[in-house]
Design a protein around this ligand. Structure first.
Ligand code: FAD
Length: 406
């Protein structure tokens, strides 16, 4: 049986960064990454952006070049799924038994699928892995109409790319606005208008009844009111299910993710969990237990665990940030808008360059900045400093945000 001092499950952003940071912190023990995808660790955000658009080849998505892992003595075990964890024996079952000193669970999540007939038809896609996107792109030459189910970031980014390709795209969203889970209404309305200008047929407050079939392929999406949106391709972007079953089966606390403490330790001995699958109390969400699905969270959790494992016990405490590219719009967000009680618009959305600032009890908790990098950079200090600036000055674009951070 092979055994590693640190065994990392999942070769995504969090798993890769954990190995990188361990070596940066001079960890001298053995490290392996076991992951069920065949590729070396790669960046996921371009999958719905430049990789889908064909603007970036896969090689440029790799988090590190292949030689890096060898030079750092990180053993790669790709194409293997961990099916079970034995915390008492300190082993995992991944086709063969692998032993560990410390286990870092960084398995992310898998796309939620629709619970309706037709969800498994050919032509129905998710966007989570390189393989997903390669399959989707291979079908594009025979596609002119696409229905995107879910008006979150991934669905909207895909809609923007496919519209640019000349497809007719409809987006079906169950809520009465896009991005409802993550953004304030003014931002939702701005993006809805942008997508409509680009010809996207937005269906808000619309429920999917089933996927229609012709010759074993998707032929359309039937809505609850009976209307059928004909298409050759459907893309389902309705969130993820955290990949934590083996850990929960082994007795770890959790539910919607695996529960971790401030240092990303699970309730099982010598097992940490990081990234999309880690359910943690986040200071920027007023201590609420959440999972964050972002590269920032994956990397910062990995860095904290690496420091703890190299003798400098470190809690995870990092300001959340995120980005999204749609058309020529670059959205950058900092903080978490969860639980805001007021929004302030800074700048005019008609200029396609503005910020939406979120307050809770007068305190700045988050900013969404569209084509407004200066606000994003300067606004960070407002969030980290719990600033309570005069709302009128926050709204005044003539006042730089850095003046309000003091
Ligand atoms: P993942 O990157 O998902 O890696 C987990 C890995 O573990 C996967 O390879 C998975 O196959 C593997 N795995 C799962 N179960 C097992 C098992 N039992 N055994 C072995 N291996 C297993 N974030 C941003 O900040 N900005 C963006 O613009 C952005 N855009 C995105 C666009 C898309 C299309 C997607 C899918 C995500 C995007 N995200 C974005 C989110 C970001 O990519 C994730 O938050 C990040 O990848 C999380 O890293 P992770 O390591 O926790 O999980």
């Amino acid at each position: 049986m092979s055994r590693y001092d640190v065994l990392i499950v999942g070769g995504g952003h969090a798993g890769a960064q954990a190995a990188i940071a361990l070596r940066q912190n001079k960890f001298a023990g053995s490290i392996a990454i076991v992951g069920d995808e065949p590729e070396l660790p790669y960046e996921r955000p371009p999958l719905s952006k430049d990789y889908l658009a064909g603007d970036k080849p896969f090689e440029r998505l790799l988090i590190r070049p292949p030689a890096f892992w060898e030079e750092r003595g990180v053993t790669m075990l790709p194409g293997r799924r961990v099916a079970a964890v034995d915390p008492a024996g300190c082993t995992v079952d991944a086709d063969r038994t692998i032993g560990y000193g410390t286990l870092i669970w960084a398995a992310g999540g898998s796309p939620r699928s629709l619970v309706c007939s037709g969800h498994q038809l050919a032509g129905v896609h998710a966007i989570r892995t390189r393989a997903d996107v390669d399959r989707l792109v291979a079908e594009l030459p025979a596609t002119s109409r696409v229905v995107v189910i879910g008006g979150g970031y991934i669905g909207l980014e895909a809609a923007a790319v496919l519209t640019k390709f000349g497809n007719r795209v409809a987006v079906v969203e169950a809520q009465d606005r896009v991005l409802a889970r993550v953004a304030g209404e003014p931002l939702s309305r701005f993006y809805e208008a942008e997508h409509r200008v680009h010809g996207v047929d937005l269906r808000l407050g619309a429920m999917v009844d089933c996927i229609e079939e012709r010759d074993g392929r998707v032929a359309g999406v039937r809505l609850a009111d009976g209307e059928i949106l004909p298409c050759e391709m459907a893309i389902v972007g309705i969130g993820i299910m955290p990949a934590v079953d083996p850990l929960l089966a082994a007795g770890a606390a959790g539910g919607n993710g695996v529960a971790v403490d401030a240092a990303c330790r699970t309730s099982l001995p010598d097992i940490f969990a990081i990234g999309d699958c880690a359910l943690h109390a986040n200071a920027f969400a007023d201590g609420a237990e959440i999972r964050l699905e972002s590269v920032q969270n994956a990397n910062d959790m990995a860095n904290a665990v690496a420091r703890t494992l190299t003798g400098a016990p470190t809690d995870y405490h990092a300001v959340p940030w995120f980005w999204s590219n749609q058309y020529d719009l670059r959205l950058q967000t900092v903080g978490l808008s969860l639980g805001h009680d007021r929004t302030i618009l800074r700048g005019d959305p008609a200029t396609r360059s503005f910020s939406l600032i979120y307050l809770r009890q007068g305190r700045v908790i988050a900013l969404d900045c569209v084509n407004m990098t200066r606000d994003y950079v300067q606004g960070r200090a407002l969030v980290t400093g719990n600033a309570t600036p005069d709302p009128a000055r926050l709204a005044d674009t003539a006042v730089p945000l850095k003046e309000l951070a003091a």
